[in-house]
Design a protein. Sequence first.
Length: 127
Amino acid sequence: MTDTDVELSRKSEPQRTCIGCRGKGGRSVLLRIVCDENAVLVLDSRKAMPGRGAWLHADETCLSQATTRRAWGRALRLRSAVSTDALAEQVEREIRSTSYDDENAGRTRRGTSTTVTESGFDAMSTR
């Protein structure tokens, strides 16, 4: 975890722990991973799927650390080993999309800045 992760999370936001690097961050900074009914790890992009979730930085090193430490079973309270191949692809897609969003954050077509929230851009005002 870097200092920018702490800066990116809101101050009033509860802090979560990454199961890869054990660093702290808010919901807006970390990815939520859940185990679906078929015992497959999936990325919970809306952070609202039912069940127990594990939190992970959008970083390939955190994903590999969580896998080598076998943290998935402990964090999600699973009794069997899980495959992280499909999850790795989902996390890589999320990393690519967040890096694109970081480059374009706060920019609109006219060059004015906007505020980016967890759910997306703020609503347009009537003025």
